[in-house]
Design a protein around this ligand. Sequence first.
Ligand code: ADP
Ligand code: 2DT
Length: 215
Amino acid sequence: SGVMAGKRGALIVLEGVDKAGKTTQCNKLVQALQQSGQSVEMMRFPDRTTIIGQLISAYLEKKSDLEDHVVHLLFSANRWEMVPSMKKKLEQGTTLVVDRYAFSGAAFTSAKPGFCLDWCKKPDVGLPKPDLVMFLQLSPAQAALRGQFGEERYEIDDFQRTVQQKFDQLMKDPSVNWQEIDASQSIEDVHREITTHSLNTINTAQNLPLGELWK
Ligand code: ADP
Ligand code: 2DT
């Protein structure tokens, strides 16, 4: 980016346990930002459309088995393969709204026996650092009111509780700009809170360089 470069877009991530409302809120946020005249695109991880993403998708659908370290590294590779296009879009002034990122990667794998958070974070060190990570906070009891779990791998109560504990640990890291959101509110109330945080972040991020995650 040269001296004449315009303002960069913001990297905004939504995280949370299953059924917290991430996908609902990402869609509504993108719509609202578009309507306010922002250049914005939505992304989600895993991105199941790539070759790596198809391997991950088959694993999640239990159509294939993969060794736990291998699938962890595939989730990370699935983010790294998108980094060139993410950086390009951000530099061009497009804000990215992302449904799950490296925090899900570290929380889910470290919830498995024999994995520590520190090892799980390593492959994602240096990824584009989100300007804002909103964690949609919802208790397992409240999540259960939003319907049954599906058939995919990881959609098990006990496992999700451990994942929540791992997210709690990740949220203690002050080098990441975390915002906890009470996801038990109505869809519209959650949306208003998320939009306010996002607009503030878009304004501040445009004058700051993009950071490197966990580095
Ligand atoms: P996630 O992407 O975090 O798994 P979703 O956005 O798919 O969550 O939402 C899970 C379910 O809960 C959907 O049926 C959705 O309509 C519903 N839902 C989302 N947000 C709320 C909310 N604030 N209150 C009640 N139900 C919600
Ligand atoms: P959804 O497509 O419904 O969000 O489910 N996961 C996700 C990991 O284990 N590691 C990761 O790096 C990421 C991004 C969370 C995807 C499932 O995959 C898990 C739920």
